[in-house]
Ligand binder design. Sequence first.
Ligand SMILES: NC(=O)c1ccc[n+]([C@@H]2O[C@H](COP(=O)([O-])OP(=O)(O)OC[C@H]3O[C@@H](n4cnc5c(N)ncnc54)[C@H](O)[C@@H]3O)[C@@H](O)[C@H]2O)c1
Ligand SMILES: O=P(O)(O)OC[C@H](O)CO
Length: 419
Amino acid sequence: MATLAAQKKHKVTIVGSGNWGTTMAKLVAENVKEHESLFDQTVEMWVYEEEVTIPKESKHYDPGSELSNKPQKLSQLINTTHENVKYLPGITLPTNVLANPDLADSVKTSTILVFVLPHQFIPKVCDQLAGKTVPYARAICCTKGVDVSERGIRLMSEAIGMRLNIYCGALSGANIASEIAQEKYSETTVAYDPPPMDSRAPTPMGTPGASPNSSQVDLISPSKPVSSGKSSAHLTALPSEYPPLSQGNVKTLFHRPYFHVRIVDDVVGVSLGGALKNIIALAAGFVDGLGWGDNAKAAVMRVGILEMVKFGKAFFGDSSKTSTFTEESCGVADVITSCMGGRNFKCAKKAVEQGTSIYEVEKKDLNGQKLQGTSTAYEVNAFLKSKGQESDYPLFTVVYNILEGKAKPEQIPEWIEPK
Ligand SMILES: NC(=O)c1ccc[n+]([C@@H]2O[C@H](COP(=O)([O-])OP(=O)(O)OC[C@H]3O[C@@H](n4cnc5c(N)ncnc54)[C@H](O)[C@@H]3O)[C@@H](O)[C@H]2O)c1
Ligand SMILES: O=P(O)(O)OC[C@H](O)CO
């Protein structure tokens, strides 16, 4: 008798449409076209709606045309030009990317949610999504940041998973979006430790099983290490009609000839690497802005990597593997690329060179794109302060103090050298 399994296909929504969000939509849309038996052919991309005029960098800029000078809705422009003229100008998107400004509508039938928003918007967007997502959806977080509140620190993957009660993995690496959008070779790390029900023989819909990963640090019990293990909350099983969401199928969704995926199961390490490297990139920008050269940059990178590993061990225990930081793209490789050509690096460098604030540079140079390092430096500092451990992380702490105007970039060496 013919099996009823896998009659349905996974539909993907990219939640976010910035520089990286649009790049992810492009590569995922290319992959779904090549794997028709697994994936629905339309990839929805949620667009935070705004009115834009077509910039000079766009393929569709035409100074003689009235349309080029008239503000238009970004989502409509994406759907008519197949280009995100504001956040990824000059790159043609596959026609199966559908820009959708309605958040709830964009996810309503999707079984795979790829979150690619600046981290400060994740909590609010997830709160708006609560109850609107397919109960057996799975998520991958491509956002780099942490979620700090009076309750403690959470990985962004946890912030998503816990708010939506779905499993959430993480994708992070040495991934400057513009290079990947131009299909230049790059690696990435995907942490996806699927609930057992997703890899083994399909189970009936609604069967309770494993839970979202939960490793929120409890500020009230500062000595308590936490793990990213499965907690007692329940996940809804993927109905048997769908192909399993195994590590293999998740890799199929992201791996491209120019974007090489390595799959690991360390969601904590992948998430923390992506968040903390942004603080290190600010430090690299500060010393480069002083004209101190590559040796100084290498010094802050070395200390930064050590602080990353230490932070993971101290606050996430054995769930955070040192090898993820030292061997995978999401660790040392992301530190290197971010300290050479990332936006955090470039804006920090320019701020020092011009004697202006990094927020001014961000506003002037980034055209709506958002730095993640500045808010992460504040969030990590608030967390370390609450633990009385600022002095154990001198690089993270001096970056915060520079942003606050309480230290100068010239003082970085005296902060990071052992007393
Ligand atoms: N750009 C890269 O090279 C790159 C690479 C890897 C990872 N990332 C990470 O991906 C995440 C997203 O970055 P990006 O580069 O796609 O974005 P971006 O900085 O290019 O764009 C900002 C985005 O935020 C949206 N936005 C503005 N206000 C909003 C609001 N109130 N609510 C919701 N959205 C709002 C804008 O519409 C836009 O899509 C970040 O965490 C970043 O660190 C970026
Ligand atoms: O441009 P940044 O500084 O946000 O960094 C981009 C990517 O995270 C690099 O991997």
